[in-house]
Design a protein around this ligand. Structure first.
Ligand SMILES: [Zn+2]
Length: 393
């Protein structure tokens, strides 16, 4: 398939990688061949095209806490494949091979940051797929399915468990990943993300997230001018909260809301605030600060929906990291280690060796202008396949 020659940035890979242009030709050649949604005439019968899977997943709405439609898609995609499948207590779909503790747990989160009202049409322009969630996390979901399907077909998937997780984004608080780690107790974990092929996410950025609510009597802005306003008090609390961040432990007030009218004293106001860090101390300090927030009577303040996303660091001599770095050297991928906030946080917080890997290069994550580079997908697929083969011995 000369016309579909694989372009690899920064290195070369062996002849097996040219499967992009053979049995899975739909993965690499579609960039200049067919409109999205059309089947590729070169596509093998054993597996479906990776790109087709990405498009189908990305076009299914899956806001955090509403992942059911995507779960149903994955279940039907996996129907008839080897391995066992089950839903767990929080709604993850677990696809596993072999008995006992998994040697390696792979996670791909199902949810997105986009509400039901956001159109999810995927388009292809030049060598890119464009659309909300096309990388984060449709590309990861499709890649993990394709790679594990290939390994299973060769009888090489024993020891693998895949968790298609719920609740990774926003206020989902990693509930899917926490439940999967508790139930499966894996020996190691890799969280798959759509973006970030040029980096390895080795440390877990933890966070504290909370809704701070101020309530009061409200009133007329002139008649009741001696009374306090919930909005005014909330602005003061917000400025206190953003006064003390450090470069590696930033504070963000992401949403503010409250009040009824320009000529009414607000009876309620609230804000959503977050602090992030890879170290525990700034997070613990922030929890203390939230607990100490005070307003003058008759106003009241309460901290609601307080959630903690755990932080953690992967030891640099972990076998999993050694394997990943070795594979990346061979594939010509950069040896860049960075922190991130992913499903891997849940494992690192439990002392389970874990990291996150991207499956593609792209941009615009968490925006409607998100896109991924089609040519990068084969490298992402190959990286995961090699890491799994070597991790499983
Ligand atoms: Zn995301």
């Amino acid at each position: 398939m000369g016309a579909c020659a694989l372009r690899i940035r920064g290195g070369s890979i062996g002849t097996k990688a040219t499967s992009l242009g053979t049995d899975r030709s739909g993965h690499g050649c579609l960039a200049h061949a067919l409109p999205v949604g059309m089947s590729n005439p070169h596509q093998g019968s054993r597996t479906r095209g990776l790109v087709d899977d990405i498009v189908e997943v990305a076009e299914i709405s899956a806001p955090t806490f509403s992942e059911e439609a995507r779960l149903a898609w994955v279940e039907s995609r996996l129907a008839g494949l080897p391995g066992s499948r089950r839903r767990d207590t929080v709604g993850n779909l677990i696809w596993s091979f072999g008995n006992g503790r998994p040697e390696i747990l792979l996670t791909a989160h199902l949810d997105t940051v986009f509400g039901e009202d956001v159109p999810l049409t995927v388009t292809r322009a030049d060598s890119r797929l464009r659309g909300p969630g096309v990388g984060d996390n449709a590309a990861a979901i499709a890649t993990v399915i394709g790679v594990v399907e290939d390994l299973a077909a060769g009888g090489e998937a024993d020891g693998i468990a895949v968790a298609f997780t719920v609740g990774e984004e926003g206020l989902g608080n990693l509930r899917g990943a926490h439940a999967a780690c508790d139930a499966l107790k894996p020996m190691a974990m890799i969280a798959l993300e759509g973006h970030g092929l040029d980096e390895v996410f080795v440390d877990a950025i933890g966070s504290v997230r909370a809704r701070v609510v101020v309530r009061g009597p409200g009133g007329h802005s002139w008649v009741d001018r001696d009374l306090p306003s919930a909005v005014h008090a909330m602005l003061v609390l917000g400025s206190e909260l953003i006064a003390g961040p450090t470069p590696l432990a930033p504070v963000n007030v992401g949403v503010v809301s409250g009040g009824r009218s320009v000529n009414a004293l607000a009876d309620e106001a609230w804000l959503l605030v977050e602090r992030r860090s890879v170290d525990e101390e700034p997070l613990a300090t922030f929890v203390e600060q939230l607990g100490g927030l005070a307003v003058e009577s008759p106003l009241t303040v309460s901290v609601e929906d307080l959630v903690r996303r755990p932080c953690g660091r992967l030891p640099r001599d972990a076998a999993l990291l050694q394997t990943v770095r070795e594979v990346r050297r061979e594939l010509g991928l950069p040896d860049v280690l960075v922190p991130a906030s992913t499903d891997a946080n849940a494992a690192l917080a439990r002392g389970i060796p874990a990291l996150a890997l991207g499956v593609a290069r792209g941009s615009g994550m968490h925006t409607v202008a998100e896109q991924i580079e089609l040519d990068s997908l084969e490298l992402g697929r190959r990286q995961l396949e090699l890491v799994l083969r070597r991790s499983l011995g």
